[in-house]
Ligand binder design. Sequence first.
Ligand code: ADP
Ligand code: MG
Length: 384
Amino acid sequence: MPSLTETFSAHFGHAPDGVWSAPGRVNLIGEHTDYNGGLALPIALPQRTRCAASAREDDVLSIHSLQDDSSVEVRIDDVAPGHPAGWTAYVAGVLWALREAGYAVRGLEVVVDGQVPLGAGLSSSAALECSVAAAASDLFGLGLLESAEGRSTLASACQRAENDIAGAPTGGMDQAAAMHCTERHALRLDCRDGSTSQVPFDLSAHDVVLLVTDTRASHALADGQYGARRDSCERAADILGVEFLREIDPAALDEALAQLPDDVLRRRTRHVVTEIARVDEVVDALRRNDLEEVGRLFVASHESLRDDYEVSCTELDLVVDTAVDEGALGARMTGGGFGGSAIALVPVAEVDRVSAAIATAFADAKLTAPVSFSVTAGGPASKD
Ligand code: ADP
Ligand code: MG
């Protein structure tokens, strides 16, 4: 198979000015908390999306992907919600959003190669956006990769691309992870003020690995259910007189729940408040190297997402139950739910057995074969 730069040269008739890349992510804990002003704790994956690019003198963006045969040309001035349609919205939207934010960007020639599995809840979309944003920052001399503040600006532009042009109403965790995560660290992300801090995450000294299982399931209700969860959280916050559920003190949770009119709102609120608290409990446990406790918190998170927030599904529950039965320290669904991926903390000696048991459980249940792989915490968007 031709390399990325060979494909670029074949497509555009000259070598690219450079290659940039950005990672997918898995969130260790803190699920459905970003739109509640809460906390999340993603790591960047070793799997990255690479973007070979050259600057153009005009306004035309010419895009090609090794994962998708379609090529698109669009003028940045013509980019708008729904245009271009499909995957190229994630690319065009980034240049549009940078221009909206006042940066002087022009057209680009782009070929992308994504190694993050698409649509697996591992954030191939943000990896795509952020690899293009990194290229644009360097090629147009914006200098935004050089500082944390500049990286946050790029992350915001990528989020706007996804929300406004691609039409996916997601929070900002994925783009923040792709821009700010560093190797061997998890990123404690405060979604209320956008602040970040690095938490050591290197399991190799403990003979434990983080196993990711892509269930290959994607249930159609995901979009509508995501919107419904956000609405519930907004309603609960309204009734409780706070801007975000983040403001509810976990110690006063019972009093807050007593003010809510129905069981569904109570359960949604309980998930959000306890999940935000679990993020800092995991941070503390990681700093103490107490991986048993991290595992217990993973399981508590999964049960809360399954029972109170109701965003799990058969496949995710099967991964978690099987991993824990076979010796994982803990496991949980990660990402928005209704399919996508789950993570498990597994002693090195048990990894093959756990992966095989998950595969067997899926085969027995006549489900599409899942894909399991272990990951380490990778680095942020950068020039290759
Ligand atoms: P996730 O971000 O979890 O992978 P999303 O639904 O948010 O799932 O994003 C997946 C979409 O992103 C794909 O359907 C496709 O439109 C787009 N995408 C991501 N990476 C690529 C790529 N390398 N080439 C083409 N499209 C891509
Ligand atoms: Mg995505």
